[in-house]
Design a protein around this ligand. Structure first.
Ligand SMILES: C[S@@+](CC[C@H](N)C(=O)[O-])C[C@H]1O[C@@H](n2cnc3c(N)ncnc32)[C@H](O)[C@@H]1O
Length: 201
């Protein structure tokens, strides 16, 4: 009898992992340990850990996602993938090893704004000088959507929860400044997403 595949699956993760990995290969050259905030299904964690064998990848998320992440981790059985750690940006972060970079995808538009503020404050506190923060997802610029599909997505997000929504790049950048994160890159990505990179001063 065939076993049922119960792993959670995101088509978006499947689609965006290659273009994100292209940047991570470059950005994480020489990095030893990377923390992922909001690992979700766990698909990015296994793909990036498998593709970047010199990096120890720490998966994390709210506890409700851990069972799914563990299913992906069990299938791939990668020596350089650890976790999942219970990490809620609104709570004290768990005891973690020294981290060279923090990566988070599609989280800023899902968390309420006060949680986004917490995310940046805690990223700034967690990273040592020179550490990178890489944030992937849709952004608005100058108060405007970058595409009609992003506008539709934002309406849909707010219908799910009024505290969700595509964030303004300028407000995100202000949080980064408060956290002593210097803007390094703003990369255009497929499907009207961005890959933003900061370095801890
Ligand atoms: C749309 S999913 C993105 C998952 C994955 N990174 C991806 O790109 O598919 C949003 C993620 O943000 C996480 N998240 C929401 N609120 C959070 C919080 N307060 N602390 C940490 N993660 C949170 C959710 O649990 C979820 O995994």
């Amino acid at each position: 009898m065939e076993s049922l595949d119960l792993k959670p699956f995101s088509q978006a993760c499947q689609n965006n992992r290659a273009p994100i990995l292209k940047h991570l290969r470059r950005l994480l050259d020489g990095a030893k340990t990377v923390l992922e905030v909001g690992s979700g299904t766990g698909q990015h964690a296994v793909h990036f850990a498998k593709s970047l064998p010199d990096v120890t990848w720490l998966a994390s998320d709210l506890e409700e996602h851990h069972a799914g992440i563990r299913l992906w981790m069990a299938e791939y059985d990668l020596p350089n993938l650890r976790g999942p750690f219970v990490l809620d940006v609104n709570e004290p972060w768990p005891e973690l090893p020294a981290i060279d970079a923090i990566y988070s995808a599609n989280t800023a538009h899902i968390m309420a704004w006060p949680s986004v503020e917490q995310l940046f404050a805690k990223v700034g506190a967690q990273l040592s000088t020179g550490g990178l923060f890489v944030l992937y997802g849709p952004m608005n610029y100058g108060g405007s959507y970058t595409s009609e599909s992003n506008e539709r997505f934002d309406v849909w997000l707010k219908a799910q929860d009024p505290e969700r929504g595509i964030r303004d790049f300028e407000k995100i950048q202000y949080l980064a400044q408060l956290a002593h994160l210097q803007a390094l890159e703003d990369n255009e990505m497929p499907a009207n997403n961005r890959l933003l990179v900061w370095r801890k001063a």
